[in-house]
Design a protein around this ligand. Structure first.
Ligand code: NAD
Ligand code: IPM
Ligand code: MN
Length: 356
């Protein structure tokens, strides 16, 4: 039987509450056809408080040979966010060349969109995940004086732009054949015109895919006014980050939004984590929605080649949402994290049993 070795990093806050629900549902989907060998890592802000580091010095080496990484959330009050994130999440994304951050946005039955007439919303945000506006190059000058200033470099490499755009076009070929690029080349005078240039070059290789470009400001407006327009939206690290919180807000709840940090070449493990963070405001109460974590787990199984199990989980999510009886508060229900996880695990177990 095929066994997958999974590095589990619950991280901070609700990461610790939703991740076990993900493991439970994924176990239920295995149904004796494959095995999941979980290894737990306590890397977190709590570890930082004790040791001064989010993960051990050889942390990346410890997880390098796993088949995948299943992560909850990183960051908690007490440790500055840039310290915790650059100490754990961002090094994993970069060192393992997880240059695609794939985040589906889909309006599902049973979930209320805040829009009056949302229409059919089903698209992907493909976010560049290794470079762009996220950098540690920069610094302060003239500290403490009136002339004090701070600078931060953005990096847009040809390889970095081309590979994320190519991924977006290839994905669109399997869907509605439409790619939208997020830019801001009217205000940002070097990197964004370069991004546009690379996008224009890529469109030539995909004559059958419709391509359009919007500046990020009006694009956010269209996400709200016309979310049904989109199929695949490709954006830089920062723009993709913003769009992948806005998309889920438009389809109901950040709590159900899944994400995958993918190394398409499979030279390194990919990492699967919900879009949301550690939610300090509700952490410890047991009321967080585990669906984002569970759906990210389905994306992990798909990446590992377990398509049937992935689909079983995704269908169970649709069933539970449409049924509406076991939903958490963010979706207007009364269930707690564990009750929603149990409801999903039991549907998945039944379906998996019936398939066997
Ligand atoms: P957040 O996503 O943690 O929370 C935003 C809001 O959404 C909060 O009101 C929260 O209660 C709610 N929410 C989030 N997930 C939910 C869920 N599963 N169920 C119900 N409600 C949910 O964003 P934030 O407050 O900006 O960030 C908190 C911390 O998490 C910060 O340290 C931030 O840097 C970090 N963060 C980490 C990741 C990650 O690990 N990938 C992502 C985003 C934020
Ligand atoms: C996300 C998060 C992270 C990001 C933060 C916590 C660094 O917001 O995964 O979307 O911006 O990539
Ligand atoms: Mn984000």
């Amino acid at each position: 039987m095929r066994t997958y070795r999974i590095a589990v990093i619950p991280g901070d806050g609700i990461g610790n509450e939703v991740l076990p629900e993900g493991q439970k549902v994924l176990e239920a989907s295995a149904g004796g056809r494959f095995r999941l060998d979980w290894q737990q890592f306590d890397w977190s802000c709590e570890r930082f408080a004790k040791t001064g580091a989010m993960m051990p010095k050889d942390g990346l080496d410890q997880i390098r040979d796993f088949d995948a990484i299943y992560l909850g959330a990183v960051g908690f009050p007490g440790v500055p966010d840039h310290v915790s994130l650059w100490g754990l999440l961002i090094p994993i994304r970069r060192n393992f060349h997880q240059y695609i951050n794939l985040r589906p946005v889909k309006l599902l039955k049973g979930v209320d969109s805040p829009l009056k007439s949302p229409g059919d919303i089903d698209f992907y945000v493909v976010r560049e995940n290794n470079e762009g506006e996220y950098s540690n190059i920069g610094g302060r000058l003239y500290e403490g004086s009136e002339a004090e200033l701070c600078m931060q470099q953005s990096i847009f490499s040809r390889r970095g732009c081309d590979r994320v755009m190519k991924y977006a076009f290839e994905l669109a070929k399997t869907r509605k054949k439409h790619v939208t690029s997020a830019t801001k080349s009217n205000g940002i005078s070097h990197t964004m015109p370069y991004w546009d240039e690379r996008f224009a070059a890529m469109t030539k290789q995909y004559p059958d895919v419709k391509a359009d470009v919007y500046h990020i400001d009006i694009l956010t407006a269209h996400f709200v006014r016309n979310p049904h327009w989109f199929d695949v939206v490709v954006g830089s690290n920062l723009f993709g980050d913003i769009l992948s919180d806005l998309g889920p807000a438009v389809v109901g709840s950040i709590g159900i939004a899944p994400g995958a940090n993918i190394n398409p070449e499979k030279e390194y493990p990919s990492m699967f984590e919900p879009v949301h963070g550690s939610a300090p405001d509700i952490a410890g109460k047991g009321i967080a929605n585990p669906i984002g974590q569970i759906w990210s787990g389905a994306m992990m199984l798909r990446h590992l080649g377990e398509e049937e199990a992935a689909q079983t989980i995704e269908r169970a999510i649709e069933t539970v949402l449409a049924d509406g009886k076991s939903l958490t508060r963010d979706l207007g229900g009364k269930a707690n994290t564990k009750e929603l996880g149990d409801a999903l695990a039991s549907i998945v177990r039944e379906t998996t049993h019936a398939l066997a």
